[in-house]
Design a protein. Structure first.
Ligand code: SF4
Ligand code: SF4
Length: 269
């Protein structure tokens, strides 16, 4: 008699080794590194303010605001600084899109005794999506889809070889294999990236912003450093694209992964 063996999707289980929080400086997938080096140092509307080797995990502006408060509660100076900005020639302001923690060491400054000192909070997407670097939705052409999607994590050994190549099967597999919601967080982070890119293009199309670009990088950097700054989501309120209440609603929507849950429904999971 033949016995049918049900193949179960393996489940990811973080072993809390702390490695992903111990090495946050310059950890950028190879292909992203090339893209960044070619595009965000003066040629595009978004300008990176530190070299790739110096950057650490990006924090969205609303996440950075929370981290600035939480760091005081745990008595840490996380050295939160702007990472990427648009120099807007209309308002003469540097619009800050993301921040980073410029700690002296390679480790996250909020890591204490190998434990995250703000683990009880919502933390940031970069904290909640690991072992993902990104979800599968930012590169739909199927080329090198899996490359760069995962960070270096020992607990991935038994999962990585089983990730299907077929896109729909992959999404279903990932949704089942990560009960810790890291996949959901990665998908939502992809959606936030898309939202930000589309919003910037929309602001340019409507001539609400006029980004300085194609200037020598050092000139742009100096201009941004000396400009008045405003966070991206606050700017959207200031120019009337969002009310304060709508901004808070949007951030809650992102925090609760509402868009990611809707997106994954399309895959009949
Ligand atoms: S996600 Fe991976 S690298 Fe990070 S603490 Fe868990 S097991 Fe370690
Ligand atoms: S805030 Fe916590 S989870 Fe995020 S990188 Fe730092 S130590 Fe890790």
């Amino acid at each position: 008699m033949l016995i049918k063996i049900q193949s179960e999707t393996p489940k990811f289980k973080c072993n809390a080794c702390g490695s992903c929080c111990s090495h946050i400086r310059g950890i950028v997938p190879k292909e992203d590194r090339e893209f960044l080096k070619q595009n965000v140092f003066g040629k595009m509307p978004v300008v990176q303010l530190v070299p790739v080797e110096q950057m650490t995990f990006p924090l969205w502006d609303w996440e950075a605001k929370r981290f600035k408060e939480w760091q005081h509660e745990v008595n840490v100076d996380a050295k939160i600084k702007p990472l990427r900005a648009i120099m807007d020639l209309n308002s003469n302001k540097a619009i800050i899109l993301t921040y980073f923690m410029d700690s002296k060491t390679d480790a996250c400054p909020l890591l204490k005794d190998s434990k995250c000192s703000i683990y009880h909070t919502k933390r940031a997407y970069v904290c909640r999506l690991f072992p993902f670097n990104r979800g599968p939705f930012l590169n739909q052409d199927g080329m090198h889809l899996k490359e760069g999607m995962f960070g270096d994590c020992g607990a991935m050994e038994h999962i990585l070889p089983q990730v299907p190549d077929d896109f729909n099967k992959m999404v279903k597999f990932l949704n089942e294999a990560f009960p810790d919601d890291s996949f959901l967080n990665a998908v939502q982070n992809d959606i936030v990236i898309e939202w930000m890119n589309k919003t910037i293009i929309d602001l340019m199309r409507k001539r609400i912003i006029k980004p300085a670009m194609n200037y020598p990088y050092n000139f742009l950097l100096e201009r941004i450093t000396n400009a008045r700054t405003i966070d991206f989501t606050d700017f959207l309120v200031q120019v009337g694209c969002l009310t304060e209440k709508e901004k808070e609603g949007l951030i809650s929507r992102f925090d609760d992964n509402v868009d990611a849950k809707e997106k994954l429904k399309q895959f009949e999971l």
